[in-house]
Design a protein around this ligand. Sequence first.
Ligand code: EPU
Length: 339
Amino acid sequence: MLKIETNHSLGQYTTIKVGTIADYFAVLKSKADLLEALAFSKKNKQPITVLGGGSNILFSQRIKGLVLKNEIKGIKIIEKNKTRVLVEGLSGESWSKFVAFTADHKFYGLENLFLIYGTVGAAPVQNIGAYGVEFKDSFHHLLAFDLKTGQEKIFSSADCHFGYRDSVFKNKFKGRYFIYSVVMSLALKPNFQLGYGSIKEKLAEKGIKKIKIRDIVNVIAEIRNGKLPNPQSLPNSGSFFKNPEISKLKFKKLQQKYSEIPSFPGQANKVKIPAGWLIEQSGFKGKKFGPVRMYEKQALILVNEGGASAKQVLSLVNKVKAAVKKKFDLDLSEEVNII
Ligand code: EPU
């Protein structure tokens, strides 16, 4: 029987370690637990909030209704042919563990996404990405439960409307579904994406010529650990903002004023500007405001030295947005889900 707690503190469940209280709270370990939680929500007319790894969420107020911490775990190979394999991960599984499993089996496609914090079930919501690869590139389908009706629904890639750090689960279907399992389609032969960042340089430094999937995973871990703070020692929620995408015209104008402005190709012919650069140029890199600051090695990450309140976090967020707007006339939008 599912244990449902009342007035439960959520402080420990987000990687940025900013807490709040939930009216009701339960940890899910199985599909049966989920169905019990759905029945409770229906009977008592309580809305549901689903929590995965808590790596992309900031609680800014008391959470009404039932919060579900998803710990439904498992990884399984479900089908294999000569060129590809389908691997299923249950949604409460750690994303990094899932990637490590695929790398250990020499299934190719997810290696650049190693060490992204969070769960398998949160990966499609955000369409997580790193080093030139996105979740959607290897996605096959997912199974979700409607939180209101309890009905199961299969989502294909087209159904998910993936975009840059975006999907239907952040828009039309926000808060509507519990993602139960995700199936990825992976290649049995390598097609490494080495073009982004310093992957090639790191491999060369190590004198690796015949590249194996484990080498990529190790190099990605090294790059990430060198630049990104480990939330276990310095609470944070990864990139706090998205990289803004602007028109080519607007980019040209900015380039006239700031010739060194970095850029990457964006969606739909747009140009993506690293928000980390904009924040650094606006003077916020490493600058401390009480217990919070934008991280000194990667200005896109907001870190909590300990004990920060949502108010303190949001005050810094607003300062950063205002400064970037003033200097570059660009609007930053949050990547982190603020609820
Ligand atoms: N930059 C600066 N100063 C900074 C940080 C970055 O000038 O303090 C500039 C540099 O020119 C650098 C460029 O920004 O070359 C890009 O930086 P980085 O490679 O660190 O990537 P990012 O665009 O800041 C994105 C993702 C990360 C992902 C990396 C690597 C977003 C919002 N973030 O960051 O994802 O790990 O690329 O692919 O798209 C996350 O989403 O939580 C996350 C960590």
